[in-house]
Structures are given as C-alpha cells and as structure tokens.
Ligand binder design. Structure first.
Ligand code: PMV
Length: 369
C-alpha cells in the first residue's frame, strides 16, 4: 500500500538550468461519482470515470533556475514561489491564487519548486466559460509538466512512478484531476475488488473491458454556461454531517462493483441503470444537503425526459450522466452514433444554450507534446 510519504523524493542526481515542457491532459466524466472528501483531498468513496479525448487543457511550462544566493536576491525570495500565468497567451491574474495554493500543497513532494521561476502558459480546447470545468484537465496538465521536470532531475525514475505521482499531484490540485492522467477507464479510491486502487491516485481500470465500450461516445450538451452557484468545494463539504452520507458512500462501493462486472459483460442495460442512478444520486445529495441547492436547470430535466422517451421508443442504449452542474453528458456506444446524433440535433439542441454541444469520446489520457 502506498502512503503520501512514498512521493517525497530522495536526493536528485541531476541538475537542469532552464527549458520547457508541454503536455495536454483531457477532462474526464465520472460514472460512479466522487462527492464528499476527507482532509488532504482523500475521497469519501471510490469513483470511476471515462477519460475524454477532445476536451483538454494544453499547458506549456517554461522554467529557469533562480539566483537565490542571499547576497543577490535577499532572503525573501527563497520563501516564495515565482511564476507567471498566461491563459491563451495573455497574463491571467485571477487564476494565480489557485496555482499558488496548488504549489503550496505539492511543495513537500517537489522540493525544487522554489528554485525556479516558472512561466505557465495554458489554453483549453473547449470554449471558455462553457460550464465545462477545466480544473481536472488543467491540474492534470500542470502536474504532468512538473513531473517532466522532476524526471529531468532524476532520470532513473520509472514510467510507473512518473504517472502515479503525476496523478497523486493532480489530486492535490483538484480531486477528480487525478483521473485525467491515464486513459480510457480510471478508478480512484480504495476498492476491495480492484487491485492497486488507491485513495491517493487514479489507476487504469485493471480488469477486462468489453468491446461495447470501445470508443464510447460522450456528447456534452451545454445547458447553462454561467458560473455555478455552489462550488464543488462547498458541495463536498456539505457531505460532512449529511443525513444520507454513510449510505451514499457505501452505495458508491456497491455501484463500482456492479460496473466492474458490467465492463466485463458489456451489458448496456445494466450500465445505463448504474450510470443514471449515480447521476441522480449526486444531485439528490445536493438537494438534501443543509443548506440545500439545485444545480440542474429546467432544460436539464427536459433533456433527461427526452432521452428516456427516445430510449423507450427505439431501444437504442443511450443514457445520460451529470457532473456538478446543469450540463448533460449523453453517453452511447459508437455503433449507434449516427442515430443518436440525429436525435440530439432534432430534439435536444433546442434545450442547449445557443444550441451548443461538444462531441467527445473515450480517450487515452495525458500526452507529451
Ligand atoms: O474534483 P472536484 O472537487 O471538482 O469534484 C468533482 C465532483 C464531480 O464532478 C461532481 C464528480 C466526479 O467524480 O468527478
């Protein structure tokens, strides 16, 4: 079993003065949801997600060794991080506090961070303020870059350690980000029947996955692109002292066991039951928090009802899931793509803000550019 101290490095064997790395990391969509956490971003229950392919963050990390000898820069600089943040090529001051906090959290695991000045240049492939959270892809892309720098300082590092620690660091930026490092299907959180699973990082789903799930499609319907009224941080927090929390956490384990069998059998009817129930349970937890809140919008319900009607009439195995917002992820196998896309255009686009939706599918995880 891994513990956080396994990620505190010993002495580095190499040095590097300056350079840059660039990584892309995708977003992911949870099937069994993470909602509720303990200290240090430890999840209250395990979750599993499809890694996406098209919705990603691309981040370039420039780094340059700082002259931190006391006679040159004074003692103050050594105690602070030094970085510039660019979003789509332009300085973005309001993103800096989140990065600052991330650096503070990961410094013990990357003790070289204060020795460099960083230029973090980041952009998303999906439209800005589309209501699609960029924290998962963003934190994962940044974690990959920092790991590239650590590997330059320690060239003996194994690939396994590289990806595991990247996921571990991403988790400290944003919990679900740890599921954006690796591909296809990723589990995060200890689960008895999933060997290697950990609360500390995401792992590739280790068992057989039926061909029905190959290139599984996710069309994201943008129902509401505004700022969320309640952040995920606040939502997670409301699971403390929540009247249904313990039962919900147990249910997540049960649903992950069910999905494990479903991934193997390829039974799409059972897949739909677990996935839609998870989505509605997530939102039920929000509605039964104190204070309570609702993130779904009237059009979210319109879409859900239209999907149920279409599925009933056609027997096409299309279903929905939701993240912590009003947007709807429409999930379906590749071989029914044409029919489902036609249905989306004919009947669901009217419920999307400005008619916007994004076609995505299962993908491979972070990529070095
Ligand atoms: O990673 P966070 O703290 O933004 O939480 C994400 C929570 C959900 O998206 C609602 C569920 C999940 O497992 O991704």
């Amino acid at each position: 079993m891994f513990t956080a101290t396994d990620f505190i490095p010993k002495k580095y064997t190499s040095t590097i003065e300056n350079g840059n790395f660039e990584w892309s990391a995708p977003s992911n969509i949870a099937l069994v949801k993470y909602w509720g956490k303990k200290d240090n971003q430890i999840p209250a229950n395990p979750s599993v997600s499809f890694t996406l392919n098209n919705c990603k963050t691309i981040t370039k990390l420039g780094f340059e060794k700082r002259d931190i000898s006391p006679e040159v820069s004074g003692p103050l600089n050594v105690t602070s991080f030094s970085f510039d943040l660019l979003f789509e090529g332009k300085p973005k001051e309001d993103f800096k506090p989140k990065i600052q906090k991330f650096l503070e959290r990961i410094e013990v695991y990357l003790p070289f961070l204060k020795n460099y000045h960083f230029t973090i240049d980041t952009q998303n492939t999906f439209p800005h303020s589309s209501g699609i959270a960029s924290s998962a892809s963003g934190m994962a892309a940044l974690a990959m870059n920092f790991m590239s720098l650590e590997r330059a300082l320690n060239p003996e590092m194994t690939n396994e350690y590289f990806y595991r620690k990247a996921s571990f660091l991403a988790r400290l930026g944003s919990g679900s980000a740890c599921r954006s490092v690796k591909g296809n299907v990723v589990v995060w959180g200890n689960q008895a029947n999933i060997g290697g699973s950990s609360d500390l990082f995401g792992v590739e789903f280790p068992h057989t996955i039926h061909a029905n799930f190959k290139n599984y499609q996710d069309t994201i319907l943008l129902v509401d692109k505004g700022e969320k009224q309640v952040s995920s941080t606040v939502g997670h927090d409301l699971m403390h002292n929540h009247p249904y929390a313990e039962r919900r956490f147990a249910q997540a384990h049960e649903n992950l066991d069910k999905l494990t069998a479903i991934f193997e059998s390829g039974n799409l009817d059972e897949f739909i039951k677990v996935v839609e129930s998870e989505a509605l349970t997530l939102h039920a937890m929000m509605m039964t928090s104190m204070p309570y809140f609702i993130l779904m919008k009237p059009n979210t319900l319109q879409i859900i009802n239209a999907i149920w009607k279409f599925r009933n009439e056609t027997q096409i195995p299309v279903c929905f899931t939701l993240d912590a917002g009003a947007n709807v992820h429409v999930l379906y196998p590749e071989n029914v793509s044409d029919k489902v896309l036609q249905f989306i255009q004919d009947e669901l686009v009217v419920f999307c803000q400005n008619g916007q939706y994004i076609c995505d599918q299962i993908g491979e995880g972070a990529i070095a550019l």
